[in-house]
Ligand binder design. Sequence first.
Ligand SMILES: [Zn+2]
Length: 126
Amino acid sequence: MSELKLCQGPKCHQYQTKDRLKGMKDNKTYQTRRRSSLYYGSGNFCSMNCYNDWAEIFIDRAVDHFGRLTEPKHLTEQNAWTKDYDFQNGWGSDKNYYYLNGITKERRPLTEEQYNDNNYTINTGE
Ligand SMILES: [Zn+2]
C-alpha cells in the first residue's frame, strides 16, 4: 500500500465534511484529509479551496524565496521553442513529434524520448 499524503491546506480540517470526520465513536474530530494521491498544486492539496487557502497565506513568501521577477522576460528566437505533435496519417495513428519556434515558425523533428524528457530543450536562455 502506498503511503498516504496529507493535504497541505492550512484550513483543510475546518471544512466540515463527512470524510474529514475521523476517530473513535465518541471522540471524532474533523481532520486534515489524507489520500494516496492528491490532485491539486502538484499533488499537495485535496482541493482548489485548500490550494487557495495555502496561497493566500504563503504565496508572497514563496515567490520572494524562489525569486521574484523584477523585469519582464522577453520571447526571442532563442527561447521560443515549444514541443508539440501531430498525427502522421490524420487521426488515430502514430504521433509525429516536433519542436516549433513561436517566433520563426521553424519546425524541427523530435524523437518520442526527447518529447517526453522534461529536461531536454534546445532553448537557450529564459
Ligand atoms: Zn485539503
